[in-house]
Design a protein around this ligand. Structure first.
Ligand code: SF4
Ligand code: FE
Length: 483
C-alpha cells in the first residue's frame, strides 16, 4: 500500500472503534470533536507534508526491509544522516503546526524496541525481533500512527513495581495463555492516543528479578477490547467550543494526551517483544528516552520558530520593532532556539550503529539536549511575553470584538500602529498566549520540562555518561601529578 493522504488518514481513524472519555462523557465521534480535532489535524500534517513535492525527500524514505517508499515516522534509522533528517523533519512539522504532532513517540519506540528485541533474542533465543519486524513493516506499509507508551502511573515512587500496594500501578501480565498474555494497568500522559492506530507498550523503569510480570513490551491496535482512554484537559481547552477562531490563538492545530487504561487486554504471541526478561527493561527505557530527548531538539525548535516569529510580528504591530532592546530580545530568543537545534543535530551526528543494525544517538549529547529543553523554551516564552505586553492576557473576547455595540470600542482602543488592524494585533497576541499559557503550552512548556523524562532523569544520565574519571586523569596529567 502507498502512503496515505491526510484525508485517508482522518478517515482511517474515523473507522476505528476506540473507547474515549472526556468531561465525564463517552465521546462517540472523537474525529469531529471540536476539542480533539486540532490534535488530529497536527498528525495529519505528517501525511500532507510527505506528499508535498517540496518536502517529500525529508518526510519519506525507502524502507530497507520492503523497498517501498514509507513515511520517515515509520523508519528505522540506517545512518547518522537518517538521525539528522529525523530532527530536521520534526523541526519542519513544529513550524507547520505550532503544536505537538504526536507521531514521534511511535518512531522512537520503533527504534528502541528494534535493537532491544534483537538483544533479548541473542541472549535467550526468543523470537521477539522477528515479531517486531513483522509489526514494523505492517505499520510502515500501511502508513500507520503508533503511540509509544512508556509512562506507568507509578504509585509510590519509593517502591518497585512488584512491591506496590496496588499491583496495577505498573502495567503487568495477569495471565499467561498458550496463545498469548493478558495484561492490566495503565499508561499516563499518552501523546496522540486518540489519533493512533496502534500502541507499543514498553516498561517505564529498570526492573529486578521480582518484577518479571512487569517487564513486558508488545503492540496492539488502539481499539482492542479492554483499552479505554480518558482525555487530559488543557489550559483554555473549552475556548475551542466557542466557535470563533481568534481566542484560541491556533484554531487549526493542537496536541492531546490521555490516560490509557488496559482493563485485562489480550495480546497474541506474535505481538509480544519482551515478556519477563527484566534485565533488558532498563536498556529499553534508556534507548527510548534517548531518542525522545533527541526529538525535542527538533520539535520544540520548530514551535520556537513560530513563537519567535509571533513575538517579532507583535513588536511590529506595537510599533517597537526598531527599538534596540526589542531587537536584542529577538536575537536572544533565536540564540537559545538554535542552541537546542545544535544539540539535536550534534547527538545525531555522533550516533553509532547498534548490533541490530539501526543507529542510536549519542546518549550524553541527547541528554544534554533535553536538559537544555527544560530551560530554554521557558526563557524564550518569557521574552515573547515581555515583547507582547500585558494585552495578550487582558484583551476582551472575540465575541466582544464582533459585538454590534461595543465592538467598535474594542477596535478603536486596542489599535496598535495605524497600518495594522486591531483584529490582526489581537490574533498574534492570542497565538503567543496559546503557546505560552494556552493549549499549546502543554507541548511547548510543561512537556519541555517533563516529556521524555523530568530534568533529574537527564542529570542521572549525564552523570553516568560524563566520564569524570577520564577528565580527572586529564587534569592530573597536565598538572604533573603522580600518585
Ligand atoms: Fe513529537 Fe515533540 Fe510531540 Fe514528542 S513532544 S511527540 S517529539 S512533537
Ligand atoms: Fe513528548
Amino acid at each position: 500500500m502507498a502512503l496515505m493522504t491526510g484525508e485517508q488518514y482522518i478517515e482511517s481513524i474515523r473507522k476505528m472503534n476506540m473507547e474515549v472519555y472526556m468531561f465525564g462523557e463517552k465521546i462517540e465521534n472523537p474525529v469531529d470533536n471540536p476539542i480533539l480535532r486540532p490534535s488530529l489535524n497536527s498528525v495529519r500534517m505528517t501525511y500532507d507534508l510527505a506528499l508535498d513535492p517540496q518536502y517529500k525527500d525529508l518526510m519519506t524514505v525507502v524502507s530497507p526491509y520492503t523497498g517501498e517508499v514509507v513515511n520517515r515516522f515509520t523508519h528505522i534509522h540506517q545512518s547518522t544522516e537518517d538521525l539528522k533528517n529525523k530532527v530536521k523533519m520534526q523541526r519542519l512539522c513544529g513550524q507547520k503546526t505550532a503544536a505537538c504532532f504526536q507521531r514521534c513517540v511511535g518512531m522512537d519506540a520503533f527504534n528502541a524496541v528494534f535493537s532491544t528485541s534483537f538483544d533479548i533474542d541473542k541472549a535467550y533465543g526468543t523470537h521477539y525481533h522477528e515479531n517486531f519486524k513483522t509489526f514494523l513493516n505492517y505499520c510502515a506499509t500501511n502508513d500507520l500512527v503508533v503511540d509509544g507508551a512508556m509512562t506507568d502511573p507509578k504509585g509510590d515512587r519509593s517502591k518497585a513495581p512488584h512491591a506496590q500496594e496496588d499491583p496495577d500501578m505498573y502495567l503487568h501480565v495477569v495471565e499467561r495463555r498458550e496463545d498469548g498474555i493478558v495484561v492490566r494497568g495503565a499508561k499516563a500522559h499518552q501523546t496522540g492516543a486518540t489519533n493512533s492506530h496502534e500502541i507499543i507498550i514498553m516498561p517505564t523503569i529498570s526492573m529486578g528479578p521480582d518484577d518479571k510480570d512487569y517487564a513486558v513490551s508488545f503492540a496492539v491496535p488502539m481499539d482492542t477490547k479492554g483499552i479505554f482512554m480518558i482525555v487530559g484537559r488543557q489550559s483554555c481547552d473549552t475556548r475551542k467550543l466557542e466557535g470563533g477562531t481568534m481566542d484560541v490563538g491556533n484554531s487549526e492545530f493542537g496536541g492531546m494526551e490521555a490516560l490509557i487504561v488496559f482493563d485485562d487486554v489480550f495480546v497474541p504471541n506474535d505481538r509480544i517483544f519482551m515478556n519477563g526478561e527484566t534485565e533488558f527493561a532498563g536498556g529499553l527505557v534508556e534507548r527510548f528516552a534517548g531518542y525522545h530527548r533527541q526529538s525535542y531538539g527538533g520539535c520544540k525548535v520548530g514551535v520556537g520558530d513560530v513563537l519567535i516569529g509571533a513575538a517579532a510580528v507583535a513588536a511590529e504591530y506595537n510599533g517597537v520593532a526598531k527599538a534596540s532592546a526589542v531587537k536584542d530580545k529577538i536575537i536572544e530568543m533565536t540564540h537559545l532556539n538554535e542552541t537546542l537545534y545544535c544539540c539535536g543535530i550534534a547527538c545525531s551526528s555522533e550516533g553509532t550503529q547498534t548490533e541490530s543494525g539501526n543507529y542510536m544517538i549519542d546518549l550524553l549529547l541527547a541528554n544534554v539536549c533535553k536538559q537544555n529543553v527544560t530551560r530554554f523554551p521557558y526563557e524564550i516564552a518569557r521574552l515573547a511575553e515581555d515583547i507582547a505586553g500585558g494585552l495578550m492576557v487582558t484583551a476582551p473576547s472575540e465575541k466582544d470584538f464582533r459585538d454590534e455595540k461595543i465592538g467598535k470600542y474594542v477596535e478603536k482602543y486596542l489599535q496598535g500602529t495605524s497600518e495594522v488592524s486591531t483584529e490582526n494585533r489581537l490574533r498574534i497576541l492570542r497565538l503567543i498566549e496559546n503557546l505560552t499559557l494556552g493549549t499549546a503550552a502543554v507541548g511547548y512548556r510543561t512537556e519541555s520540562m517533563h516529556g521524555a523524562g523530568s530534568p533529574q532523569a537527564q542529570r542521572i544520565m549525564i552523570s553516568r555518561q560524563g566520564n569524570l574519571g577520564y577528565k580527572k586523569k586529564l587534569a592530573k596529567a597536565i598538572a604533573h601529578i603522580e600518585e
